[in-house]
Design a binder for this molecule. Structure first.
Ligand SMILES: Cc1cc2nc3c(=O)[nH]c(=O)nc-3n(C[C@H](O)[C@H](O)[C@H](O)COP(=O)(O)O)c2cc1C
Ligand code: SF4
Ligand code: SF4
Length: 265
């Protein structure tokens, strides 16, 4: 059966996870959700198996992923699954996607979460490099196992720890409202050299860099944290703590890969 994987990524984990699945699942095509949303084109209705691969963003899918799920025609899909990349718990994100699909009378058949290095610089520092490598290595084995299940039609909804889910169901609505109403309030400090990388990696075209000037942010953020993590000079800050924190993006996902996702290549 043909498989289409619709992916969205801020810092590469989800694209890498989609590539890992594609290595094991025959006849798999990767399609970037951000490009379709940006181009505003009619999305061809996929046949066969369909997977959504994306990060959890405060217990939900990123806004862009929800917008994509509201639009795509899945009438010809035979099987639908979600794979969420996460720092600690991804259940809220696939449950939210499931609700969107259910409302549209589609049935999700399976959902999985895979722990990957965190990119959420507002809640703490990224992992030290050796720990990042270790987490990616465990994630690779998890993805092998999940790909095996998907290939053999051994569908399941893999749930994270119950207590974590209870805690998140209380905490996340508060955090999400705050982030979405106030925005991440990014700014570039005086180490910015106007290179324009942040503009290129932004999947919602929310950043403008004119000439050698510092970037300006608009109001279309999907809170993916690509800009702050991919800036080569670590010049993007939010609040008072990010200047002292390191940055993360998946080592196998380049700026060019981000530009391809965003329809800039
Ligand atoms: C704004 C924001 C919110 C996040 N919220 C969560 C969360 O609720 N739970 C979690 O486990 N990880 C959370 N993370 C971590 C990411 O989901 C995780 O690092 C993911 O693998 C990033 O994938 P990507 O590289 O494909 O963008 C959050 C990250 C960001 C930037
Ligand atoms: S990526 Fe960083 S250095 Fe380059 S323009 Fe953006 S903020 Fe400035
Ligand atoms: S402004 Fe930054 S965090 Fe917001 S969508 Fe663009 S790259 Fe992602």
């Amino acid at each position: 059966m043909k498989t289409t994987l619709y992916y969205f990524t801020g810092t590469g984990n989800s694209l890498w996870a989609a590539r890992e699945l594609a290595r094991h699942i025959p006849e798999t095509e990767l399609v970037p959700m951000a490009k379709w949303i940006h181009d505003g084109d009619h999305i061809p209705a996929p046949e066969g198996r369909v997977g959504f691969v994306f990060p959890v963003s405060i217990g939900s899918p990123p806004l862009l992923v929800s917008a994509f799920a509201e639009k795509i025609n899945l009438d010809a899909a035979e099987e639908i699954f979600a794979l969420v990349t996460m720092g600690s718990c991804g259940d809220g994100a696939w449950k939210h996607l499931n609700r969107i699909l259910k409302k549209r009378s589609y049935r999700m058949d399976a959902a999985y979460s895979v722990k990957t290095p965190t990119n959420y610089l507002l809640s703490g520092d990224v992992l030290p490099e050796d720990q990042e490598i270790a987490v990616i290595s465990v994630a690779r084995s998890d993805l092998d196992r999940i790909a095996e299940k998907i290939t053999h039609g051994d569908n399941s909804f893999e749930k994270g720890p119950l207590l974590m889910n209870i805690r998140n169901s209380v905490l996340h609505p508060l955090l999400k409202n705050r982030l979405r109403s106030q925005g991440p309030r990014f700014r570039a400090d005086d180490t910015c050299d106007g290179c324009g990388t942040c503009e290129l990696v932004c999947p919602t075209y929310n950043i403008t860099v004119s000439g050698m000037n510092r970037p300006e942010w608009g109001n279309a953020c999907t809170f993916c944290f690509a800009c702050i993590n991919y800036c080569p000079r670590h010049a993007i800050q939010s609040g008072t703590k990010t200047a002292a924190r390191n940055r993360y993006h998946h080592p196998d996902v380049s700026i060019t890969d981000m530009m391809i996702q965003n329809g800039r290549e």
